[in-house]
Structures are given as C-alpha cells and as structure tokens.
Design a protein around this ligand. Sequence first.
Ligand code: IMP
Ligand code: MG
Length: 181
Amino acid sequence: MKENEKRTEILIERARVEQRVAELAVEIVEGYEGKDFVAVAVLKGAYIFMADLHRALWDAGVDCEVDFVELSSYEGGTESSKNPRITRDLDRDVAGKEVLVVEDIVDTGWSLDFLERYLIQKGVTRVKKVALLSKPSRREIEVKVDYVGFEVEGWVEGCGLDTDQKGRGNPNVVVVKVIDE
Ligand code: IMP
Ligand code: MG
C-alpha cells in the first residue's frame, strides 16, 4: 500500500493507551498472586506494547523476565495464512515456568492458539495472554485472551502495529482507510 493511497484516523489516543496499559499491569499482577512469570512478546508487532507493559508491571511491583518469539503468519499481506511458524525462537528454557504472552492484536486467533500450544509443548506450566487490541468479530479459532486493552474493528496501525512494516511508531492507535481511486 503506498502512502498516498492510505488515510488514517485516530481511534485511540496515546494518553488513553498509556492509561489502559497501567490498568492492565495492575490486573495482571493481581492474577499472578506473587508468582514469578516470564513475559514473552510476539515480534515484531508487540515490541512497543511490551516495553510499555514491562515498565507498567515494574510500577505495579513486579520485576518479570522477558523473552521474544517471532511468528510469520501474514507474510506481508493483511490476511492470516492460518499456518503460523516460529521464525525466531525463545532464548530461554521455559519448562516449568509460567508465561505471559504479550501480543499486539488478536485477529483470527490462529497465531495465539499456535503459540499457546507451542509453549505448553515446551513444558510451560501455565500460559496467560495479554493483547493490547482484539478484534473479536474476526475470530476463527476460539482462544481465551485473559487481558485485552481495547476491542477494535478494521485494519489498525500504531503502537507497534504496521501496514507493510510502516506506521509502527505512531503513539496513537489509528484505523487505516484505503482510498480506492
Ligand atoms: P491472527 O493470527 O489472525 O490472530 O493474527 C494476529 C497477528 O496479525 C497480530 O499479531 C498482528 O501482527 C497481525 N494483525 C492482525 N490484525 C492487524 C491489524 O489490524 N493491523 C496490523 N497487524 C494486524
Ligand atoms: Mg503480532
């Protein structure tokens, strides 16, 4: 998509995102009842949410470990291939640990469902999931998302989310309108 074919509109302002991330951190900390966990972010989309959430978790009293995985599911387009693969694996052995998966957005649910199975197969004792955004109307796979920042519709960018690798740095969540002519 070229820049001049694209128009964006603010859906969620930066200040509202920051406030919601702080609320999520408090909810998450309450849910772990003092137990240790590893936060695992899904690259690339979740890197900004992960950084914000990690600091908010710290503010809420938790010093958790972090790790990263990268999945390929979209391969450049905007439709899920329904066949995610790990393209960058965890650095750490997570067997016997609790994991909090940190996602930018849950769309069809294929990626999160795949990652949860993968982590359980690696010996993770409990997998919880947080997503900054969710599109429940698009779900193809029933996957429980324990903590959701906001429910959205349409194609969105910002806060780490991209369109063809662009738009990630926008501190607001914006919805993308494609102009046809
Ligand atoms: P799912 O497997 O369909 O749930 O896809 C989830 C992944 O697709 C997310 O982690 C995002 O990387 C990407 N994705 C889904 N919807 C959007 C969107 O509206 N904007 C940007 N990326 C998206
Ligand atoms: Mg993602």
